[in-house]
Design a protein around this ligand. Structure first.
Ligand SMILES: Cc1cc2nc3c(=O)[nH]c(=O)nc-3n(C[C@H](O)[C@H](O)[C@H](O)COP(=O)(O)OP(=O)(O)OC[C@H]3O[C@@H](n4cnc5c(N)ncnc54)[C@H](O)[C@@H]3O)c2cc1C
Length: 465
């Protein structure tokens, strides 16, 4: 392995024991004799929130693809989560209420290709994965923060921890979106990675809520924001029988921040049977807040030179708009890239990994940016083609409200299954156009009729699968 080939693959260090670091450690444990994870936060014995991962208190969607990828890294994980009470979500109409960019998807028909999703809380998922990683014989966790990597003028040779040096053949930076790697690269005489950013201006407020059992069947309730409605809401049913209730605002619009305000928003944007059930709920503990100003993709793939002996991983590479629920799944995909890059590192392990990661990041990042900049009110420069693509996609989502085939296609792609590109085939585009024309014609007929006999309302035809 270039960079490693010349030395033995003896010791790898992972900085950060959150989901990114744990996935990296799992992959590295197959190749290195020893893997040491350094984590500066105190790690709880069980599934619990911790200060250095403040986002853990807010609802986290685990995409179906992410569940599959985590299972392939940690066989038995999904069964154990279900045994621990984690809800399974089949894409059945009664399990999910899903709204995106102002459109409520027509999931009221049974979908053709069912897939299963899992709804663990963020602390539960991390704990399940952490205990598996700590069971790997050659992995050690050290409860210390890393000061900085050691660069010898040629390559990174380890890290300093509390002033002492710990040698390593490879250091993986999984310190999250606050990574200092770009600064260190500059200090060592390399270029900083260019950054793609979108100023999404997101604010989160989350309450844990106990809702009496049996009031409604949905396990996942998502009402995304739109240009007209810059606040949204997510409700997830967790393994301990409580609900995570998150409200969020985009483009610096503040979300409701107390339970009454959250219920009032639910009254506006959720089906009545869900919002009235929520009103019977009992909030637990305090509200948690989180600001997420900017989605950020550090383009290590665009660098010509990169030092051997170090690589960034997880959110340290790309941090996605959290309201789309993709970060953990994109991290799980990076684990696959790391596995392959370790097998075939090419000229530079770091650049090989960065380029592979860029291939899966680009389609997801770009579609998010189109959604944020065109369908939401985020700020940032955009190429000319974002606007027409965003408008077409809005048409698609409009049709998916009443066409279950389009709704299913969207839900699968949104779950990052099948293909990461959110680009409908020509057949689906044709179907969208025909469907919208039928809706438009029905609406016109209705308008004409209601002009003739006031009181009649047009009803939209639902396209059958
Ligand atoms: C509000 C919010 C909501 C989100 N919702 C979703 C969602 O619905 N679905 C989804 O898939 N993703 C979501 N995400 C993203 C998801 O949380 C991350 O993708 C995931 O946590 C992986 O991040 P990571 O491990 O790379 O970094 P982090 O989780 O940020 O962890 C970094 C770790 O590094 C440690 N660390 C930092 N510096 C040092 C040091 N010097 N020495 C030792 N340790 C150090 C920290 O203590 C921490 O444990 C959300 C994010 C936010 C902010």
């Amino acid at each position: 392995m270039a960079g490693l080939m010349t030395q033995s693959a003896e010791h790898a260090i992972v900085v950060g024991a959150s989901l990114g670091g744990l996935c990296a450690a799992r992959v590295l444990s197959d190749v290195f004799d020893r893997v040491t994870i350094f984590e500066r936060d105190e790690l709880p014995d069980g599934p619990a929130n911790r200060p250095a991962v403040p986002q853990g208190r807010h609802v986290h969607l685990l995409m179906a693809r992410g569940a599959q990828e985590f299972e392939s890294l940690f066989p038995g994980l999904l069964d154990d989560m279900v045994a621990a009470g984690v809800p399974i979500l089949e894409n059945r109409p009664d399990c999910i209420h899903f709204g995106a960019a102002g459109h409520v998807l027509g999931t009221q028909h049974r979908l053709q290709n069912e897939f299963t999703a899992y709804v663990p809380s963020r602390p539960h998922l991390e704990w399940q994965i952490r205990r598996r990683v700590l069971d790997i014989a050659n992995v050690t966790l050290v409860g210390e923060g890393v000061d900085e990597p050691v660069y010898d003028g040629r390559r990174v040779t380890g890290v300093t921890v509390a002033g002492s040096t710990v040698d390593a053949d490879l250091v993986v930076d999984a310190t999250g979106r606050g990574t200092r790697l770009p600064v260190w690269l500059e200090q060592w005489g390399f270029a900083r990675p260019p950054e793609d950013t979108v100023n999404v201006g997101i604010g989160y407020a989350t309450h844990q809520v106990r809702i009496p059992e049996g009031l409604f069947a949905e396990k996942v309730v998502v009402a995304g924001a739109s240009r007209e409605q810059p606040v949204g809401l997510g409700m997830l049913y967790y393994e301990d029988g409580t609900w995570g209730l998150t409200t969020f605002g985009i483009a610096k619009v503040e979300p409701p921040k107390d339970f009454d305000g959250m219920c009032a928003l639910a009254d506006e944007i959720l089906p009545t049977h869900v919002s009235s059930a929520l009103r019977q709920g009992e909030p637990i503990g305090d509200v948690a807040f989180h600001k997420y100003p900017t989605s950020r993709w550090r383009r290590y793939d665009k660098l010509d030179r990169f030092p051997d002996g170090i690589m960034p991983f997880g959110d340290a590479v790309a941090s996605f708009n959290p309201t789309f629920g993709q970060g953990m799944t994109m991290t799980s995909l990076q684990a696959g890239h790391l596995q392959r890059a370790l097998r075939e590192p090419g000229e530079s392990l770091g650049l090989t990994f960065a380029k592979a990661t860029a291939k899966t990041t680009w389609p997801v990042w770009t579609m998010n940016a189109i959604g944020d900049l065109v369908l939401h009110r985020a700020e940032g420069s955009m190429p000319w083609w974002y606007r027409p693509v965003g408008s077409l996609f809005d048409q698609f989502l409009g049709a998916a409200e009443t066409d279950p085939v389009l709704a299913e296609w969207f839900l699968r792609r949104f779950s990052l299954l099948d293909n990461l590109y959110m680009v409908p085939s020509a057949k689906l585009v044709g179907r969208t156009v025909r469907h919208n024309m039928r809706l438009w014609a029905a609406e016109r007929r209705g308008r004409t009729r209601s002009r003739r006999s006031p009181g009649t309302v047009a009803s939209a035809p639902a396209t059958s699968a």
